[in-house]
Design a protein around this ligand. Sequence first.
Ligand SMILES: [Mn+2]
Length: 379
Amino acid sequence: MKKIQFIQCGDVHIGMPFSSLKTVFGLPEKRRSLIEDTFYKIIQKACDQNAVLLICGDLFEEKYITKSVIDNMNYEFGKVSHVVIIPGNHDPYHAGSFYHRYSWASNVHILSPHKPLVEFPELSTVIYHFNSLSENNQLHDLKLKKEYINILMFHGTIDTICTDDRYWPVKSDDLEKYGFDYIAAGHFHNFFLGYGKNKTIHNAGSPVPLGFDEEGKHMIITGEIKKEDITQLCIQGEKSSESFYKTVEVIVDPQWSLNEIISAVQETVRSVEEHSYCLCRIVLKGRRDPDVYLDVQRIQESLTDITVYSQVTDCSLPDFDLSAISKEPGIRGVFVRNVLEEMNKDQDPKTRSLYQSVLYYGLEALSGNKPTLTDINRR
Ligand SMILES: [Mn+2]
């Protein structure tokens, strides 16, 4: 019985700048260290399980990676029997890249057009790199050794409408048609197993989530492939990150003072399970008292001890009685009448929503509050 034990990960993005988190002093650095440490734990797990480590692209951010971190990785890789890395769109293989010029430990196999496959005879396993085979025009005469376990690694988008070649768009059928036992994919940051007609495509996603577009659990894949006459696959996702991104909504009430809004936000965020690991986006909706100055900064600061990071987006509207104001004789009345008149001329929902923003921001300004105009198009 041929057998290979492995751990699959990808899209680690070591060195990511996290500039959107820089409003909190020291947080981007903390996130970067967390990602690096999480990756070293994955390497340690591969060592403990005597598993081959498969890294499916975007291991690091080429623009921000330092030699010092590459040295760390190379040292840690020394603990594992075999490490197989394919480049991604954030860490491409080229003459000046660390993949090309760094002297990696002998058990680290970086697949590229110069080395599109690696064979481990003691495991009866061959690991191929789809992107390199394709670049070398070697796909059409590709013949797999059926007595071996054949693994394909790929970094790119699968079955999406994407025409940008940098993201390697392919159809799942084109990955599966060669009869590989297992296809280890990277590029999508979410976790999925058993994709494609033959259910052979597996994607680990980023081990640590990198932004609000990556909510939910983050995983690595661990498992084994056995092959005699047929291929037996036993794989599972394992949670790789405590920290997570989550968006919550809080509906504000026109009766509430700012302190009541803060209490409601705190209560909602505290109700999020394991909130002390949460990077939380709070979207305020509903109507608020027009006299309340919605101090986003102050609400965010009130959450400092509850979450890792909090970002408040105000999408609430001041509770103005527009029809009453439009009958007022003063400047507020003239302003509301004019904007409403313009707004009612136009049926395009985008333009109408822009007029609505003008209306509410204008009224806020006229009532002595200083509106923040950054999100005028989002309302
Ligand atoms: Mn990526």
